[in-house]
Design a protein around this ligand. Sequence first.
Ligand code: V47
Length: 365
Amino acid sequence: MLNAGWYENLGLGEIYGKVQGAERLSLEDGEKLLACPDVVAVGALAHHVRTRLHGQAAYYVLNQHINYSNICINGCLFCAFGRVKGESQAFQLSTEDLLNKLKEREKEPITEIHIVGGCHPDLPFSYYESILREVKAFRPSAVIKAFTAVEIAHFAKQTGKSTREILLRLKSVGLDMLPGGGAEVFSPRVRSLLCPHKLSGDQWLAVSREAHELGIRSNATMLYGHVETPRERLEHLDALRRLQDETGGFVCFIPLPFQPANTRVGKVEPTTGVEDLKNMAVCRLMLDNIPHIKAYWVMLTVKLAQVALHFGADDLDGTVVEEKIGHMAGAESEQALTRPELERLIRDAGFQPVERNSFFEKVAD
Ligand code: V47
């Protein structure tokens, strides 16, 4: 039970009342929460909401990440993963390479294959279709979560087809869900500074809306801790919340703390642990209609992701195994976690581990 007096003293009495009454928070409420010096008070509000939604459950997934290529025409300043064609460390997997990666983990009961790359200048659309076909044939029961809204729009531009047609074609060969990447911060100001060649925030939202209308659910992210203001973070969350009111298609939200190493953003200090926890809590509180909030251990570190389960998060993501986007930008986390490790982290935090699939359906024991 939360103590009303605690929140009155912090100037958060009204917000406390709204959280108790499950009322929507305004952007101004969000600003007050981000500015509150008491991270535990903000976290306790988020924990209250997280517990109302999910009880003692904390989720994880047995998944495999595969990056088909890091060759990208966008050149986003925050990205240490992307390369131009021909540059050292540029790579592109053939369908056979991709199959070999699947075979390496053939014996594991993986339920999700997460596939993303860059905006490649000239891979034909048939390549993306054949990747999905091969993965579906190899792991028919796994969910294929592939291609961000940015990649979908890129395929449409390259082929001269509509994003709707691209989504339908990919769905027909095995696409089940879109991952949440590429959202960054929707603010045109931030995008003009960090990723001027990338799809706009409004277009990212439009592709997600279209996917949801076609029955393809998706995730959403926010890359924070670079040049954005608190207000821009909150406007990003509000835009997601408004789209979710329309479609209900977002499954999970993932806040991504910016990893500055090997990027071209300039002098930016990495986020602190308290900032990450407060941000996690505010995301839980603002996104009242997105069911799940992921503490992505790759970017947060394993230890902070575990603590974040008490600050609004209900999911730790999964085994991952080969992660490039965060690690090429200096992420200090492990490359992989095992099921016993994930379960231990969750139990030790006082929660009940639940293995889920990409849609957060419980996987049978
Ligand atoms: O879109 C790029 C971000 C995202 C950096 O949907 C960076 O379940 C931090 O979206 N520091 C890819 N972040 C990761 C992603 C994701 C991960 C796990 C699960 C899901 C899901 C989605 O990583 C990119 C970009 O926003 N990113 N560079 C960086 N230097």
